[in-house]
Design a protein around this ligand. Structure first.
Ligand code: PMV
Length: 348
């Protein structure tokens, strides 16, 4: 029996313009823009065992060394879906060992890093087994992003470092709905190349409504078409802001996108709320710090209650003092300090 094996470490990412709503087969209803994190990562080893003949692939997933039934079923479904158009997958069964270095339910998109890492492993095996004609580095990551997208839309953006865009927009000629592309560093002002993201953990409860249920609730949502237009405009606007380095405009756009996302949840049918009272308290504190202390802060939220506090690296000292003052009366407040990172790493 032929055994192939590879290991990738892939970071999570934080979206500034949010992907919320799908069209067609796992395609985004609007473009989204994120930056890839550095510290919050998933490490995945994929072992492929060849078997005679062709049949639907099966996967056994081990999370932190323990067999995980629900993930095994989910990943088996994902691989079987891919195998319809990727015959080579039918020659193998898979064993997957995976671990996250950040706590579950921390408001960090683990599906982004998990499917990012898995798709990078799959692309590595695919290229060893069935080398394509175009073997450029760019083609490799585009393929990994394509495969990651089918598992989780936001994962398509995690296979690159720095700033990434997923979804077709006239503002970026090579953009595509099927895979994410990197935003060139030359199109990013230095203030946005070295960002910090301190994730304020308001709650570690498991989400009441999953992201996929949330995306589905955008079908027939009363504000859907307006939202998709606004996200497309915000994408264009963010690309301009990234180039000019306008921090205040960035901060306003971050806030508008985060509150749009949660507003859409509140106006879904049925409506739901993922924010907690403490999320609102932190939002108010951050707004006050921007207005009264002129700190260069921005905040965003994923589909959860935790606050991503974003600021330029050279404001770290000031912001860390401010955070210390905020948490004097809450010594148990958990904060994960992350930053914009340079992307996934092949370990083996
Ligand atoms: O990739 P999914 O299906 O888990 O959706 C992610 C949606 C948000 O995290 C809320 C926004 C985004 O663009 O990452």
């Amino acid at each position: 029996m032929n055994k192939l094996s590879t290991t990738w470490q892939c970071p999570s990412n934080i979206a500034i313009v949010k992907y919320w709503g799908k069209k067609g087969f796992q395609l985004p209803a609007n473009p989204s823009v994120s930056f890839t994190l550095s510290e919050c990562t998933t490490t995945t080893t994929l072992r492929a065992y060849e078997h005679p003949g062709l049949r639907k692939p099966e996967a056994q997933v081990y999370l932190d060394g323990e067999y995980h039934e629900a993930f095994s079923q989910r990943v088996t479904g994902y691989l079987q879906e891919l195998s319809a158009n990727n015959r080579w997958l039918k020659e193998f069964d898979f064993e997957i060992e995976t671990s996250n270095n950040f706590p579950h339910g921390a408001g960090i998109a683990s599906s982004a890093s998990a499917y990012g890492a898995l798709a990078l492993c799959l692309t590595t095996l695919e290229w060893e087994n069935n080398p394509p004609e175009n073997r450029s580095v760019e083609a490799f990551y585009r393929r990994a992003s394509f495969l990651a997208r089918i598992g989780s839309g936001s994962a398509s953006r995690s296979v690159y470092g720095g700033w990434t865009l997923w979804g077709k927009t006239t503002a970026l000629p090579h953009s595509d709905d099927r895979f994410a592309v990197q935003i060139s560093e030359t199109a990013v002002h230095p203030v946005f190349r070295n960002l910090r993201d301190s994730i304020i953990l308001v709650s570690d409860e498991t989400k009441k409504v999953s992201s996929s249920a949330g995306h589905n609730l955008m079908n027939g949502h009363p504000y859907a078409s307006l939202r998709y237009r606004r996200a497309a405009d915000n994408t264009q606007r963010l690309l301009e802001i990234l180039q000019t380095g306008d921090w205040d405009a960035f901060s306003s756009l971050c806030e508008a996108e985060a509150l749009d996302l949660h507003g859409l949840m509140m106006s879904s049918q049925p409506p739901y709320i993922l924010l907690k009272p403490a999320s609102l308290e932190w939002i108010e504190r951050i707004r006050q710090a921007i207005l009264n202390e002129h700190l260069p802060l921005a905040f965003t939220l994923d589909a959860g209650p935790n606050i991503h506090l974003i600021y330029p690296a050279d404001a770290s000292k000031q912001v860390s003092q401010w955070l210390n003052n905020q948490t004097i009366s809450q010594p148990d407040q958990k904060i994960i300090h992350d930053r914009l990172g340079s992307g996934p790493v092949k370990k083996l």
